[in-house]
Design a protein around this ligand. Structure first.
Ligand SMILES: [Zn+2]
Length: 213
């Protein structure tokens, strides 16, 4: 079920206050158009009618896709916490009726949420992908050092990432798909079982990456 509420939000630029729709839950099966808007970063947006500027609202969002067996919980407030191992889940999540087949993920930014959706859309495994990202970052030969990386799409022979350099500019970075398949083969048996709410990020992937040597 998709749900939203309305809230008075003040523009950070001109302080004009306006009633705005804030999305609480997004059901991708019922509302694929909203999923598209989310991926285009046009969902949690405040458009100021006074100064014409817009900004992204960093708000919690429950994303679910029953067909793909995905439930993602975005909580931007967790971004500043060092570890999310002790996350207290909101009542909303505890009330969900969940079977074991669901992939449950906690993410802390809209970039992470979109990345998880893209990974699932290409039938890839986000646990393997986080290890691949550590490998790309560690073995990079880029002139301008890459500081962050998000998976975007996959073709037959290559994966495409959005990369942000030290100069803060974003660009697309292709990576041989072989890297993914090799890491998957090497670590498949070792990767921990997918169970309950998990935060799959670089901290999760680090011990596996270290085993690669
Ligand atoms: Zn404004």
């Amino acid at each position: 079920m998709t749900s939203f509420h309305r809230e008075y939000i003040s523009c950070p630029y001109c302080l004009n206050e306006e009633e705005t729709v804030v999305w609480d839950q997004l059901d991708a099966c019922e509302d694929p158009d909203l999923k598209d808007r989310l991926l285009r970063k046009q969902l949690q947006i405040f458009d100021c009618r006074n100064c014409g500027r817009s900004h992204v609202l960093a708000r919690p969002l429950l994303y679910r896709d029953e067909n793909a067996g995905l439930i993602f919980w975005l909580d931007p407030q967790l971004q500043n916490q060092e570890t999310t191992a002790q996350v207290e889940l909101p009542e909303l999540l505890n009330q969900l009726q969940l079977s074991n087949q669901y992939k449950l993920r906690i993410v802390v930014s809209s970039n992470e949420l979109n990345e998880k959706i893209h990974i699932a859309d290409y039938n890839l495994d986000d646990r393997v992908m986080e290890i691949v990202k550590l490998a790309v970052l560690a073995w990079q030969k880029e002139e301008i050092r890459i500081v962050s990386l998000y998976f975007l799409s996959a073709e037959k022979d290559r994966l495409l990432f959005m990369a942000q350099g030290e100069d803060e500019k974003w660009y697309q970075l292709p990576v041989a798909a072989d890297l993914y398949h090799q890491i998957e083969l090497l670590l498949d048996a070792q990767i921990a079982e997918d169970k309950g709410w998990m935060r799959i990020d670089s901290a999760y992937a680090r011990p596996y990456f270290d085993k690669l040597g």
